[in-house]
Design a protein around this ligand. Structure first.
Ligand SMILES: [Fe+2]
Length: 175
């Protein structure tokens, strides 16, 4: 009996007339699929915060976390469709996201506003770091368009990190 080993879906590359080499496209697609996993993960974590936050700041945080989740949903589509434009196959299921995300699991014991805000701020900072390194990596590979995509996402994520951290700063923290 013979068994055939199917190529991993992640290795699939479709032909395209785009003027970027197979080598460049393969590396950028792998990077983008990592970003896709992290973005899917972060989006579900923002929803987790949206559903679970309690305390006196409930309503504004409930709404902020939903805004963050919706924004990340748009980036999921942006990243996935850049993969497709490069001739790659986006890997966007929950199982792949859980396996490949660079982010840690959400702290399920978080209850009040500051706990949820700190959990998301930690994860936004990790995600922001990933995006910033991807800006340079894709630029170095000669894919200015993907680098621009990363720059767009990175700018908003830095802004959202400010929004989150602004809830946590006390006068005694000022240097
Ligand atoms: Fe909701």
């Amino acid at each position: 009996m013979t068994t055939t080993i199917a190529p991993k879906v992640s290795q699939r590359l479709y032909p395209t007339r785009i003027d970027l080499s197979v080598e460049v496209r393969s590396q950028v697609i792998a990077l983008l699929n990592g970003t896709l996993a992290a973005t899917l993960d972060l989006k579900t974590q923002a929803k987790q915060a949206h559903w679970n936050v309690k305390g006196s700041d409930f309503l504004q945080l409930h709404e902020l976390f939903d805004t963050l989740s919706g924004e990340l949903e748009e980036y999921i589509d942006l990243v996935a469709e850049r993969i497709t434009a490069l001739g790659g196959a986006p890997l966007g299921t929950a199982r792949v996201a859980a396996a490949d995300s660079i982010l840690p699991e959400y702290p399920f014991d978080a209850v009040d506003g500051p706990e949820h805000v700190a959990a998301l701020a930690d994860r936004y900072a990790m995600y922001a770091k990933h995006l910033r390194s991807a800006i340079d990596r894709t630029a170095d590979l000669g894919d200015a368009d993907t680098s621009d995509l990363y720059t767009e996402v990175s700018r908003t994520i830095d802004k959202r990190l400010w929004f989150l951290e602004a809830h946590l700063i006390k006068k005694s923290d000022i240097a």
